[in-house]
Write a protein that binds this ligand. Structure first.
Ligand SMILES: *Cc1c(COP(=O)(O)O)cnc(C)c1O
Length: 504
C-alpha cells in the first residue's frame, strides 16, 4: 500500500512538514524590539563574543506556530490511549498541576528560612505520613529523584546496615531474571556482585532455585512485586522469610505499587526497603524522562541508616534535620536540597483528592482493565503465562509465528491505527514481549477500541498480509527510522549549510 497522492507541499492535512527552527526565518530578524544598548565599557575582556550569535530569527507568531505544530506531532496521554506497560503513563488530574503552581509552593527557594516555608514542610510531612500509612513501614527518605535513585537509596541503607554489623563477606545481591535493568545496575553501583535467579513456568520466581542461592555471602534480594510480567509473586512471604533467615535484607522494587496500593501493606510482605515511583503510582506526567520522585520506605532494621535530610514535626512546627542527631547513622545524602518538591505536591494532592478509598479503587480498576484486555485478546494473541494478571497483560510473539511479522512490525502498524504501541521486548524473559497496561482511568469504550484494533491487526497478520506491517507506519510525519544508524552515528547538533561554492 502506498499513499495515493503525495501533496505538493509535503504537508498532510493539518500535519505540517515542519522545518527545524534554525531553518526558518533569518538571523537578522528579531521578534522583539530592544533599545540599542548604551555605550558601555567592555568588561568581558578576551572572552567577549566576536561573531554573530547565530540564533534563529523569527517573529512571535512564527515561534508560536513552530512550537504548536511540534506539539501536534507528539502523542500523549492527553491525546489518546497509551498502553505502555511498566511505565504506567496515567491520567494526571489538572488539580495537581494547579496545586504545584500555587506561588506559595512554586516560588520557594531552598535556602529560605524554615519559618517562611512551614506550609511546604507540612506538605512534605503529610506526604511522608501517607507513604508510611500506605506501606506500614518505619521511615521514609523523600529525597531520591526517581525510582532508580530510590533503589540506590535503599541499597545504600542495606550496605550501611551490613557495614554496621561488620558483615563484610555479604557482597552478593540476588536479582530475578525478569527484573527491570535498574535493579542489577543499582546493585553493581553499590559494589555488590549480581546473581540472577530464574523464573518458573508460572512467571514467578522459582522458590527452590531462590532458596538454593541464599547463603552467607548474600547481602540482599531485589524483587519486584507485582513483577514485570504483571504477576503477583504469590510465594512472596516464603521468599522474604527465607531471606531474613539467611541474614540478608529484602529490597522490594515498588514501581508497580499502583496495582496493589490500598490493598497490601508492604511491611506485611517482609520488605526492608522499597522505592515508590510517585510518578507511576501517584500521578505526575513523566514522559520524556522526567520529572519523577522515588521516595524510599524503610523497615525498622534500616531506618537508622536513612539518608539526610529528615523531616520532623515537633512543638515548634516542621523542621528539616540536616545533621546527625541522637543515634541516627545516615549513610549520607542522595542529592542537594530536599527532593523533587513539585512532584511531592502533585502526589499529595492526588492522594488527598482520591482518599484511601479512591486509591484502593484505582488499583482495583487498573487490575480490572488489564484483565479485561487479557480476556479479550487471549484467544487470538498468545499470553505468556496462564491465569489472571495484575495491572498489565503480557503477551509474546508466538501468535505471529510464520507470518513474517515481528513484534516491532506489529507495534508500527498500531501507530497507523492511532494507538501508542505497548511496551515491546520487555521483560526480556519472554520472546518478542508485548506488555500492555491500560491503567485505571480508561473507560470500557476506549479499552474496547484498543482491543478491537489489536484483534483486527492480529487477524490481518495471520491472514498473510505481512507487507501491511513491514511497511508501517505510513501515516506518520516520519516512517521507519534507521535506529541502528541513529544510535551509532547520532547527529545531535544542527550545522549551518556550507555556503554554495562559487561557480568557476
Ligand atoms: C520504572 C521502573 C524502575 C525505574 O524507575 P525510574 O523512575 O524510571 O528511575 C525500576 N523498576 C521497575 C520495575 C520499573 O518499572
Amino acid at each position: 500500500m502506498t499513499l495515493d497522492s503525495p501533496t505538493v507541499t509535503g504537508n498532510r492535512g493539518l500535519v505540517i512538514e515542519e522545518p527545524l527552527i534554525f531553518e526558518q526565518g533569518s538571523p537578522d530578524k528579531c521578534g522583539v524590539d530592544l533599545p540599542e544598548p548604551d555605550d558601555r565599557p567592555d568588561r568581558l575582556g578576551g572572552v567577549a563574543r566576536s561573531g554573530p550569535i547565530g540564533l534563529p530569527g523569527l517573529s512571535e507568531p512564527e515561534v508560536v506556530r513552530h512550537y504548536t505544530r511540534l506539539s501536534q506531532k507528539n502523542y500523549a496521554i492527553d491525546a489518546g490511549f497509551y498502553p505502555l506497560g511498566s511505565c504506567t503513563m496515567k491520567h494526571n488530574p489538572r488539580l495537581n498541576e494547579r496545586m504545584a503552581r500555587l506561588p506559595g509552593f512554586a516560588d520557594l527557594h531552598p535556602f529560605q528560612p524554615e519559618s517562611t516555608v512551614q506550609g511546604a514542610l507540612a506538605a512534605m510531612g503529610h506526604l511522608s505520613d501517607w507513604l508510611l500509612g500506605l506501606t506500614g513501614m518505619e521511615a521514609v527518605a523523600l529525597s531520591p529523584g526517581a525510582g532508580a535513585h530510590g533503589e540506590l537509596c535503599g541499597m545504600q541503607a542495606i550496605r550501611a546496615a551490613l557495614d554496621a554489623r561488620g558483615a563484610d563477606e555479604r557482597r552478593v545481591v540476588l536479582v530475578p531474571d525478569s527484573a527491570h535493568g535498574t535493579n542489577p545496575a543499582t546493585a553493581a553501583l553499590c559494589g555488590f556482585q549480581v546473581r540472577g535467579i530464574p523464573g518458573n513456568d508460572r512467571g514467578r520466581v522459582d522458590v527452590d532455585a531462590f532458596k538454593a542461592a541464599l547463603d552467607d555471602r548474600v547481602a540482599a534480594v531485589m524483587l519486584t512485586n507485582p513483577n514485570t510480567c504483571g504477576l503477583f509473586e504469590s510465594d512472596i512471604l516464603e521468599l522474604s522469610t527465607a531471606v531474613h533467615e539467611a541474614g540478608a535484607y529484602f529490597y522490594l522494587d515498588g514501581a508497580n505499587f499502583n496495582a496493589i496500593v490500598g490493598r497490601v501493606r508492604i511491611a506485611d510482605l517482609g520488605a526492608d526497603a522499597m522505592h515508590i515511583n510517585l510518578h507511576k503510582t501517584f500521578s505526575t506526567p513523566h514522559g520524556g524522562g522526567g520529572p519523577g520522585a522515588g521516595p524510599t520506605v524503610l523497615s525498622g532494621a534500616l531506618a537508622p541508616f536513612a539518608p539526610l535530610p529528615h523531616i520532623v514535626a515537633d512543638g515548634a512546627g516542621y523542621r528539616l534535620v540536616e545533621h546527625v542527631e541522637g543515634d541516627m547513622q545516615p549513610f549520607g545524602r542522595m542529592k542537594g536540597f530536599h527532593g523533587q518538591f513539585g512532584v511531592f505536591v502533585r502526589a499529595l494532592s492526588y492522594m488527598m483528592s482520591m482518599g484511601v478509598d479512591g486509591l484502593r479503587q484505582a488499583s482495583g480498576d487498573a487490575v480490572l482493565n488489564a484483565n479485561y484486555v487479557m480476556a479479550r485478546l487471549r484467544e487470538t494473541l498468545t499470553p505468556s503465562f496462564e491465569g489472571p494478571c495484575m495491572h498489565e497483560a503480557l503477551f509474546d510473539d508466538r501468535f505471529l509465528k510464520g507470518t513474517g511479522v515481528s513484534t516491532l512490525d506489529f507495534a508500527k502498524a498500531m501507530i497507523d491505527e492511532g494507538f501508542h504501541p505497548m511496551t515491546m521486548y520487555f521483560p526480556l524473559v519472554v520472546h518478542g514481549a508485548m506488555l500492555m497496561e491500560p491503567t485505571e482511568t480508561e473507560s470500557k469504550e476506549s479499552v474496547d477500541a484498543f482491543c478491537d484494533a489489536v484483534l483486527a491487526l492480529a487477524d490481518k497478520a495471520k491472514a498473510g498480509d505481512a507487507a501491511f506491517f513491514t511497511g508501517a507506519p505510513r501515516h506518520t510525519p516520519r516512517r521507519r527510522l534507521d535506529e541502528t544508524k541513529a544510535a551509532r552515528n547520532p547527529v545531535l547538533r544542527w550545522e549551518p549549510p556550507a555556503p554554495a561554492q562559487a561557480a568557476e
